[in-house]
Structures are given as C-alpha cells and as structure tokens.
Design a protein around this ligand. Structure first.
Ligand SMILES: [Zn+2]
Length: 88
C-alpha cells in the first residue's frame, strides 16, 4: 500500500492542502519533508483524502495532487485529455 502525506501549508491560489502519494518516483511535486503531514498507508487516494479531512478542520479545503493522485483531484484539468487514459 502506498503512503500518503498532506501538505502542511495551503496552496497560494486555491488555499487547498494537497495530498500526495509519497512512494519513491511517483510524484515530482512533493512538499519538503518538514512541510508534510503524514497520513499513513492507504489503498488509494480516496482513503487518503478522507484521512486528510479528519486531520484538518472542517473549513479546510483538501484536494489531491494532479500528478500522483489524479483520480481524486478535483481541480481544473486539461480538457484535451483522453478520458479512457484514466483507467488504472
Ligand atoms: Zn503529488
């Protein structure tokens, strides 16, 4: 099972805390270790996202990284993307 973390600081533009899969080589956008909140191991980004929501207050916005947790990312994505390419 992959390990996940959440960014300690919200994004400048969206104010969201972003969750990442910290498995080696999976994500190039990982925050530095001192700015990560450990979420533990999860079957997938959906479980990690729920865990992150428990860690933050209800008002806090949490989103998934477009690079490593694409299935759970709800921010704007490129429209020229093939939806069939999203199959695991
Ligand atoms: Zn990521």
């Amino acid at each position: 099972m992959p390990y996940y973390c959440a960014s300690k600081l919200p994004e400048d533009d969206s104010f969201e805390h972003i969750i990442h899969n910290i498995s080696p080589g999976v994500c190039k956008n990982l925050p530095p270790p001192e700015l990560r909140i450990d979420l533990g191991a999860h079957n997938g980004c959906a479980a990690a996202l729920s865990k992150a929501k428990e860690k933050f207050s209800v008002q806090t916005k949490v989103n998934a990284c477009l690079e490593c947790c694409k299935h759970c990312c709800t921010s704007e994505q490129d429209s020229d993307e093939d939806p069939d390419a999203d199959v695991e």
